[in-house]
Design a protein around this ligand. Structure first.
Ligand code: 6GU
Length: 229
């Protein structure tokens, strides 16, 4: 999978070199590049934003640098590219979209800042031959920019690529799997810690009863965790 991220803070993406995703990048399962939007400006101040037409608070990101940066990024990729515009006004990211995007060859993340990117940029690329456009938010709260949202998405997506996670079984059992149920509680040694015991059934060796207990606990958690806030 080839991934490009465009941002005025390309250093935001350095943590991707760590851990399992870092290994995937090293072993070239994932080819990642962060591009600095300011490289596509042509004035001395490297201006990427301006005041909004119609007035109002804040600044809007100018379309020209975005157009040039996205065109340049498209040149790094072959064929169809999934262009992901990070915006709090987008469709909420979930495990289903992560799974869909994990099977795609080319992902391009456009990380806006300020009050957003001039709306003509999304209009233009929605109609582009090589682009499938997604306007995505990661949840109902406001961040200062799309970078952290892109990191969240890249982690959720790349860990689903075969070979990125060591044990694929751990993908099946985990929270937000196809059944939409969260995981059962897990325990390891010691059998007693600060007066708290590991449930007896887990030490029984009875695999049928263990499976039943885990199913019940997962159901209970799915209900109570989600009702508790
Ligand atoms: Cl993608 N961007 C910003 N700025 N805020 C967000 C978001 C994205 N998703 C949730 N909040």
């Amino acid at each position: 999978m080839k991934i490009t991220a465009i941002s005025i803070f390309p250093e935001y993406f350095s943590p991707l070199r760590l851990s399992l995703i870092g290994k995937a990048i090293e072993s070239s399962v994932v080819d990642f590049k962060a591009i600095d939007l300011r490289e596509f400006t042509h004035d001395n101040h490297k201006t990427v934003d301006d005041t909004p037409y119609g007035g109002g608070a804040g600044m809007v990101m100018k379309p020209e640098p975005w157009g040039e940066a996205i065109d340049s990024a498209l040149n790094r990729h072959d064929g169809i590219v999934d262009l992901i515009l990070l915006t709090p006004a987008g469709k909420t990211f979930d495990q289903e979209l992560a799974a869909k995007l994990s099977s795609r060859e080319n992902l391009l993340f456009a990380c806006g800042r300020y009050e957003g990117i001039d709306a003509r940029v999304s209009d233009f690329y929605r109609g582009h031959q090589r682009v499938r456009l997604h306007e995505i938010s990661i949840g109902n709260y406001v961040l200062n920019g799309g970078e952290v949202a892109a990191l969240v998405m890249i982690e959720a997506i790349t860990r689903l690529i075969p070979g990125v996670i060591g044990n694929p079984d751990s993908l099946l059992e985990e929270s937000h799997n196809e059944i939409g149920e969260v995981e059962y509680p897990v325990y390891t040694k010691p059998a007693e810690w600060r007066g708290l015991e590991v449930p007896e059934v887990l030490k029984s060796g009875n695999h049928g009863e263990i499976a039943n207990w885990r199913r019940r606990e997962a159901q209970r958690r799915s209900k109570t965790l989600r009702e508790s806030e």
